[in-house]
Design a protein around this ligand. Structure first.
Ligand SMILES: *[C@@H]1O[C@H](CO)[C@@H](O)[C@H](O)[C@H]1NC(C)=O
Length: 274
């Protein structure tokens, strides 16, 4: 479904609402009704130290941060700006980011350049990296719905794809963790005292009759562990009963056949005698 290439040098730009990395149109999404080429990626996160900063929640669970990879319909429009207000003009990949034990090399790579752009309208370049490595495992598990941009003017123009699995970054008990880098590096103002750029996520909005499609069956939400266990035991007992039944029927049939064969043997024996 996705087509990712190794990125050439790209640029972080710090704008009022957050930090974004420009992406080349050679990167695009496959498997959608039209061709959507990449434009930029950006992140949303919470307050310093907070583990709630994602914009999407799966079963009511938020994660520490969220990555958005923004694409626009290049079959119909010439630029991101032109496509942004149009229905399904944009296709955005949403990646929930949670805090894990280990450092994530590719997130570390891109976030380590943030301190070069601490203030608004500054830019810095990031050496080449593989965008695909920013994505979580099991890309075939995702949610898809027609929604909006999460920053003003919040156009209803986004075909959202939110992955079920999460990417992991480290908190960094010792300084230098990736989440810490995100939460404590950027400032939203130029004047002193500088205001830290935090909590740039939008709270979840009502679904408003929208249908959210899942590309997979969500076992976890349908059954609890206890239900799964009893279901498993039930299936096992059922199989055993079936096996026993088949065994006894087979035995009965064999007995009957043996009985028949005896008569055949008997008959043929009599024929040879004659
Ligand atoms: C989004 O809306 C379009 C146009 O109404 C529709 O064709 C498409 O099936 C919708 N997609 C999803 C994922 O709801």
């Amino acid at each position: 479904m996705l087509f990712f290439s190794l990125l050439l040098e790209v640029i972080w730009i710090l704008a009022a609402e957050g930090v974004q990395l420009s992406l080349p149109p050679t990167m695009y999404l496959e498997g959608l009704p039209r061709k959507y080429v990449a434009a930029q990626l950006h992140l949303h996160w919470g307050e310093t130290g907070s583990l709630r900063g994602s914009e999407h929640q799966i079963n009511g669970e938020a994660t520490a941060a969220e990555l958005h990879i923004v694409h626009y319909d290049s079959d119909s429009y010439d630029s991101l700006g032109e496509a942004a207000p149009k229905p399904q003009g944009l296709a955005v990949l949403g990646i929930l980011i949670e805090v894990g034990e280990a450092k994530n090399p590719v997130y570390e790579h891109i976030l380590s350049h943030l301190h070069e752009i601490r203030h608004k309208d500054q830019k810095t370049s990031v050496p080449p990296f593989n965008v695909g490595e920013l994505l979580p495992p099991q890309l075939n598990q995702f949610f898809r719905y027609n929604g909006s941009l999460t920053t003003p003017p919040c156009y209803q123009s986004v075909l959202w794809t939110v992955f079920n699995r999460r990417a992991q970054i480290s908190m960094g008990q010792v300084s230098g963790g990736e989440l810490e880098e995100l939460q404590e590096t950027l400032f939203s103002t130029e004047e002193e005292p500088s205001k830290l750029l935090v909590r740039n996520y939008r709270a979840p909005q009502p679904l408003n009759q929208r249908t959210v499609f899942a590309s997979f069956i969500q076992v976890g939400s349908l059954y609890t562990t206890g239900e799964m266990l009893s279901l498993g035991v039930g299936i096992l007992v059922g199989c055993l009963c079936l096996l026993l039944a088949v065994y006894f029927i087979a035995r009965k049939i064999r007995k009957k056949r043996l009985g028949n064969r005896k008569t055949v043997v008997f008959t043929s024996a009599r024929t040879t005698e004659a």
